[in-house]
Design a protein around this ligand. Structure first.
Ligand code: PMP
Length: 430
């Protein structure tokens, strides 16, 4: 007998047997409304018929056409088709399997292309768990502690997390950009800084959108100092925030390297970096490759995902339903002193819990998340203190499903505040 590692923890007690659209089902056929989407991955919902058909057809035709040995059709077709959604000029692609791998490929490219060693990241960011990506991640010590020494050449500048800083959005942007200038003056000189690496919305770090002006400020500094701007859109991309890419909420911003994964293939492991061809050419020969990258079935699923997003107007749906969700959650939070902030863009919404003293309240966030699962609504928490509950349903979510989730959320909140009122402990409600 063997079993899963005890260190691999699970946010809900649910074991699922099948998924369909917005729902997951356990062995007893109990239905759960899934507002986690496999951590933002199943963009077209569970087992979208178009994605299933494309993957099934591809499995029967060719499963693996290793891309440093032979080229295959789905990969070439996907590279071509992504051109219709990528920011203009980012016309060259390298594919891998996970977000972490793609992040490391982006950093390798930046170092090769600029001949400079250092990268600036922003506090609270998550860029992955592999050793290089962990060195770039500051969303929590649990991704870094005890595994070092980590990759050197990483400097950390402030992220404009207005609520955490207790500042207005404008003041937070000013604070963060000045902080970056200070880091460039004191820690890593522009002449040794290859790139600025940033998430347009902190994901694992607490669902914190960069307020207007921040990304534009980064672009300005990158141009001024000859540094590259790498946007990590692993969680925010592929329509999730109501634009195809989250940085498009700020039209003047243009990445030099864009990193995508998660929603790209509706659940198949696939990631990519996109850059202008002349920049990609500066990667050293042999520095890009991998056994499984650009897997044929994953590429076929990604092509179907793109078609579904386009034909079902899922980017527009993400904007509309996201607004509906945010508005309802904000209205529901009015009478809840334990909720300090409700924020988000599109279908990426976070609810931050605080104690009466104003400190992060992980305990209540966890209990509400568990109560919701018990009531049939699957959610996750995030943030450095684990006190933010996040909602990221698939892009196919309907208004009725948003309303149903809001009702379940209110019930979960009521259940937990009832427990608090009666002085009950912190045990799971299950
Ligand atoms: N970047 C961001 C913004 C992410 O949210 C994640 C995953 N949560 C990663 C990188 C790493 O992706 P993966 O887990 O596929 O390595």
């Amino acid at each position: 007998m063997s079993e899963l590692s005890p260190v691999l923890t699970q946010a809900t007690p649910v074991t699922v047997c099948r998924g369909e659209g917005m729902y997951l089902y356990d062995a007893a056929d109990v239905r759960y409304l899934d507002f986690t989407a496999g951590v933002g991955v199943t963009s077209t919902g569970h087992c979208h018929p178009r994605v299933v058909a494309a993957a099934q057809e591809q499995v029967a035709r060719l499963i693996h056409g290793q891309y440093t040995t032979v080229m295959h059709e789905p990969l070439l077709e996907l590279a071509d088709q992504l051109g219709s959604v990528l920011p203009s000029g980012l016309d060259s692609l390298f594919f891998s399997n996970s977000g972490s791998e793609a992040i490391e490929a982006a950093v390798r490219l930046a170092r090769h292309a600029t001949g400079k060693p250092n990268v600036v990241v922003f506090d609270g960011s998550f860029h992955g768990r592999t050793m290089g990506a962990a060195a770039l991640t500051t969303a929590s010590t649990r991704y870094r502690a005890g595994i070092g020494p980590l990759m050197p050449g990483v400097a950390v500048a402030p992220f404009p997390a207005a609520y955490r800083l207790g500042l207005s959005e404008d003041a937070a942007v000013e604070f963060a950009l000045r902080g970056l200038d200070y880091v460039l003056a004191t820690v890593t000189a522009p002449a040794e800084t290859a790139a600025l690496l940033v998430e347009p919305i902190l994901g694992e770090g607490g669902y914190v959108p960069a307020p207007p002006g921040f990304l534009a400020g980064l672009r300005e500094r990158a141009d001024h100092h000859g540094m590259l701007l790498i946007l990590d859109e692993v969680q925010t991309g592929f329509g999730r925030t109501g634009h195809f890419w989250a940085h498009q909420h700020e039209p003047v911003v243009r990445p030099d390297i864009l990193v995508t994964a998660k929603g790209l293939a509706s659940g198949f492991p696939l990631s990519a970096i996109a850059a202008p061809t002349e920049l990609m050419r500066r990667a050293w020969p042999g520095s890009q490759g991998g056994t499984y990258g650009g897997n044929a079935v994953a590429c076929a699923a990604a092509l179907a995902t793109l078609a579904v997003i386009r034909e079902e107007n899922l980017v527009e749906n993400a904007a509309t339903q996201g607004e509906r969700l945010l508005t309802a959650l904000r209205a529901g939070a009015l009478g809840e002193p334990g909720i300090g902030d409700v924020r988000g863009r599109g279908l990426m919404v976070g609810i931050e819990f605080r104690t009466p003293e104003g400190t992060p309240d992980r305990d209540t966030a966890t209990r509400v998340q568990r109560a919701a699962a018990d009531l049939g609504l699957l959610l996750l928490t995030c943030g450095p203190y684990g006190n933010v509950v996040r909602m990221m349903p698939a892009l196919v979510v309907t208004a009725e499903q948003i309303d149903a989730a809001v009702v379940l959320w209110s019930k979960a909140l009521a259940r937990v505040s009832g427990d608090v009122g009666q002085g009950k402990g912190t045990d799971s409600v299950r």
